[in-house]
Design a protein around this ligand. Structure first.
Ligand code: GAR
Length: 187
């Protein structure tokens, strides 16, 4: 079973959904670590609740991005992590991680890429007035939400209602991410 780490900066609802899928036998893999750049994020609590080890370190306490990522890679290698799953990790992945895990880093993004990359994709889509948005799962490269796409699902915007649109997006994310990982890891 492939061993993976989840990187997250926020609530961690996608971590929870992936963890639950593993626990329910829908995703054949092993969640061995949660990495966060925000030690106070709710994802840390979620990881503790289910007994997954966490690495919570602030980039600002390192001399460089490289040094920060080297510390992460050290832990990943110790735990023999094979795949990195980004789930609301709001930071660009640098060369140290990209070189340690070539074609082994996956991300989920709440838009139909290449539309609305970067922060607050849902807000960007609402502001643009699109009628259809969606979710993308893709390989990570050095760009911002730019790597090869693995899966996408379209979602109709609830007119002018960000909250309802967001609910739809999160529900799709929680289903699409684990299904895409299961396909990727079973081939
Ligand atoms: C998710 O909607 C994810 O797609 C998004 O952050 C949210 C995290 O929610 N990621 C990005 O915007 C990446 N550019 P969660 O912490 O509840 O999983």
């Amino acid at each position: 079973k492939p061993k993976f780490a989840v990187f997250a900066s926020g609530s961690g609802s996608n971590f929870q959904a992936i963890y639950d899928a593993v626990n329910d036998g829908k995703l054949e893999a092993q969640a061995v670590l949660v990495v966060t750049d925000k030690p106070g994020a709710f994802v840390v609590e979620r990881a503790k609740n289910v007994g997954v080890e966490t690495l919570a370190i602030k980039p600002s306490s390192f001399s460089s991005k490289e040094a920060y990522e080297q510390e992460i890679v050290k832990k990943l290698k110790e735990l023999e992590v094979e795949w990195i799953v980004l789930a609301g990790y709001m930071r660009l992945i640098g060369n140290v991680l990209l070189e340690a895990y070539p074609n082994r880093i996956i991300n989920i993004h709440p838009s139909l890429l290449p539309s609305f990359p970067g922060k607050d994709a849902i807000g960007q889509a609402m502001a643009h007035g699109v009628k259809v948005t969606g979710v993308s799962v893709h390989y990570v490269d050095a760009g911002m939400d730019t790597g090869p796409i693995l899966a996408q699902q379209a979602i109709e915007v609830v007119d002018g209602d960000r909250e309802k649109t967001e609910e739809r997006i999160h529900a799709v994310e929680h289903d699409l991410y684990m299904k895409t990982l299961q396909k990727l890891w079973s081939r």
